[in-house]
Design a protein around this ligand. Structure first.
Ligand SMILES: [Zn+2]
Length: 244
């Protein structure tokens, strides 16, 4: 039994969290921001009460219709994404493995129904958060927007990496504002994708997200710095630029 008054959220005592969760259950899209302000502000920090809310969020998700299930899964996913990793002692991912298993199953099923690329990627990242996959549960969102910004490890310039849908290149200046020198990207051949990139590619293709899937070999491929010519791995630079 959770003693909410002994836990904290972003605003202090978590006494009010059960009531907030009741209101969230009644109106997920309407109460989502308020819930996140308490349990996962800016979607980048979670509190003891946030993790303690996971069993209730799993219950709420289990009873939801597909229309507003996304809100519930994204709320729980944002909290899971903030958790210390599975290798940490007493990680909330281990402590709450049962509700996270339920949330994972529901996300897995719901993902195939998502039509919009942005919602699809948010749910895909949520699925990875429930598995404890780090960094890529937050860094796939450049795929639907078609842009990543990374830093060259050699000369330090900012590089815009443009990943589709019509053009694939990188450049060191804002290509939206002026003509800039474009340097081509080298995608991994799809048959050479392995591990997580392969899984993401196969899944997105199976779910009818061909345009997103097509970007994955570029995200995990190589680029040459348009300023100094250094050959670099796009994904490695995305990881290097990621700050928790
Ligand atoms: Zn460079």
């Amino acid at each position: 039994m959770t003693v909410w008054s002994t836990l904290t959220d972003a605003c202090g005592s978590a006494e009010h969290v059960p009531g907030l969760l009741d209101r969230f259950e009644a109106d997920p899209s309407g109460v989502w921001s308020e819930l996140m302000d308490h349990l996962c502000p800016q979607l980048d920090i979670a509190f003891p009460a946030s993790y303690a809310a996971l069993p209730r969020l799993a219950e709420i998700a289990s009873a939801r219709s597909p229309e507003d299930l996304t809100w519930v899964l994204l709320a729980a996913g944002a909290i899971a994404a903030c958790s210390p990793g599975l290798s940490e002692p007493d990680s909330p991912l281990t402590v709450y493995s049962a509700p996270l298993g339920v949330l994972h199953r529901l996300t897995d099923r719901h993902l195939s129904r998502a039509v919009e690329a942005e919602e699809y990627v948010n749910l895909l990242q949520t699925l990875l958060s429930f598995e404890g996959v780090e960094i890529w549960d937050r860094c796939l969102d450049g795929l639907p927007t078609g842009e990543y910004e990374v830093v060259c490890p050699y000369c330090g310039v900012n590089i815009f990496v443009v990943i589709g849908p019509d053009d694939y290149f990188c450049c060191s200046d804002d290509y939206a504002l002026r003509e800039v020198e474009r340097s081509p990207l080298q995608p991994v051949r799809t048959q050479d994708l392995d591990g997580l990139p392969r899984r993401l590619f196969v899944r997105a293709m199976a779910d009818g997200q061909g345009s997103l899937a097509h970007g994955i070999p570029y995200l995990f491929g190589r680029a040459a710095c348009p300023n100094c010519g250094t050959d670099l791995s796009v994904a490695e630079r995305v990881v290097a630029g990621w700050t928790p």
